[in-house]
Design a protein around this ligand. Structure first.
Ligand SMILES: Nc1ncnc2c1ncn2[C@@H]1O[C@H](COP(=O)(O)OP(=O)(O)O)[C@@H](O)[C@H]1O
Ligand SMILES: [Mg+2]
Length: 382
């Protein structure tokens, strides 16, 4: 595919309005630089410190719009200070994204500079989260990832649960990742690439990781793993709203978060807590999934709504989020997960697998996948 020109990309930005003047950002002189190399686009947007917060949505829009252009693999847009702006009088200036050094990460010691985002070669990173554990986050993350891979996408699956990693068991993987040139190779399973702290340490090893170590391990699994180019990365988040959530929000550009909840948690407000956490860190909530939504008797097909199913749909509407779908409580989901054969791979035609596939398709649509998909034969696996 041929590359677009820099002028073409610059012109595409004319649809975005400068919040200060209402003019388009190109005419307003905010687009300082558009660089393009090998499908990677770097845009710097001029702003001053006072406007940095107002410009953040503009920066995001720039990335979104250019990412959809044919021939563009990845876009990073940064806010840079006006060259004429006087040096800050106080060191305690608000965080400012000023980065022209492509790909080199800054030490976190310089608080005035946001660190360069990890995983620039991944088109969309989606966190699968919940307010509490045991609601089926890992199960949902694994099955969505497999379903996305079955759509023909290049998929990565990252286990961000450092204390209780689930991927080794759920994917049936127990070998150690290879290390080539100081880079770790993700493990391949069910058409996707996966990485988990559980591949690196023995299951019996007590894992007493403190906050900074969680960050370190997670950052390594993003920065030092040879993920290659991916269409989408699904991140299986640990429960709650702790360090891992913060690391993800700060160190990568998340396309958004999907919140998993069981019907009874909706009543307990756990899902809402999960949603709020992401809103605070300005990560868009892509939608809610109700897991263990209802029970379908394998013998008589009778459907029992054990936990008054449907709460997530109402709650999603109340929060202005999309309801992405519901997954029934089915014994095979658990037995397959325990056997390392996700149900989407083991029984792709089963009702639960179909439910996962429908949610995966909607998710990919939501993160801009339709426009980003290159022309070519569509692979469908039935
Ligand atoms: N829809 C479902 N039907 C049956 N069992 C499920 C379902 N979703 C999850 N489980 C089981 O529930 C347990 C907890 O799920 P898990 O994905 O590990 O939750 P979390 O990651 O939120 O802690 C696992 O044993 C899993 O196999
Ligand atoms: Mg889990």
């Amino acid at each position: 595919m041929s590359e677009p020109t820099q002028d073409h990309l610059r012109n595409r930005l004319r649809v975005i309005a400068d919040p200060a003047t209402g003019k388009d950002i190109v005419s307003a002189g905010l687009v300082e630089e558009v660089l393009l190399k090998g499908g990677l686009v770097h845009v710097s947007l001029l702003t001053d410190r006072a406007n940095a917060a107002a410009m953040e949505p503009v920066r995001k829009q720039v990335e979104e719009i250019l990412a959809r252009e044919a021939g563009v693999k990845n876009v990073s847009a940064v806010l840079t200070a006006h060259k004429t702006e006087p040096a800050p009088a106080k060191p305690a200036a608000p965080a400012h994204n000023h980065s022209h050094d492509h790909g080199h990460s800054h030490a976190p010691a310089a608080p005035a500079k946001a660190p360069v985002a990890l995983l620039p070669q991944v088109k969309a990173i989606v966190a699968v989260a919940s307010g509490k554990g045991g609601v089926g986050k890992s199960t949902v993350a694994v099955n969505l990832a497999v379903a996305l891979a079955q759509q023909g996408l290049k998929v990565g699956l990252l286990d961000a649960d450092i204390y209780g990693p689930s991927l080794p068991r759920m994917l049936g993987l127990s070998r150690k990742p290879e290390v080539i040139n100081d880079r770790m190779m993700p493990l391949a399973a069910w058409g996707l690439k996966a990485m988990s702290i559980g591949f690196l340490v023995e299951e019996e090893t007590p894992m007493i990781w403190r906050g900074p170590m969680v960050m370190g391990a997670l950052e390594q699994m993003m920065g030092q793993v040879e993920w290659g180019e991916l269409d989408i990365m699904i991140v299986d988040m640990p429960p709650g709203t702790g360090d891992a959530q913060l690391t993800m929000a700060q160190r990568v550009t998340l396309a958004g978060a999907v919140i998993v909840s069981t019907p009874q948690d909706i009543a307990l407000l756990d899902a809402r807590r999960g949603v709020r956490m992401f809103e605070r860190t300005r990560v868009p909530v892509l939608g809610l999934i109700e897991n263990m939504s209802f029970y379908c008797c394998p013998n008589c097909n009778h459907r029992s709504e054990i936990f008054s199913h449907g709460g997530a749909k109402l709650e999603a509407a109340r929060m202005g989020s999309e309801f992405l779908g519901e997954i029934p409580l089915v014994l095979e989901i658990r037995t397959n997960a325990d056997a390392g054969t996700p149900i989407t791979a083991a029984s792709p035609d089963s009702a639960p697998a179909q439910a996962f596939k429908a949610i995966a398709a909607r998710l990919w649509e939501k993160v801009g996948g339709v426009a980003a998909k290159p022309a070519g034969p569509k692979i469908t696996i039935s």
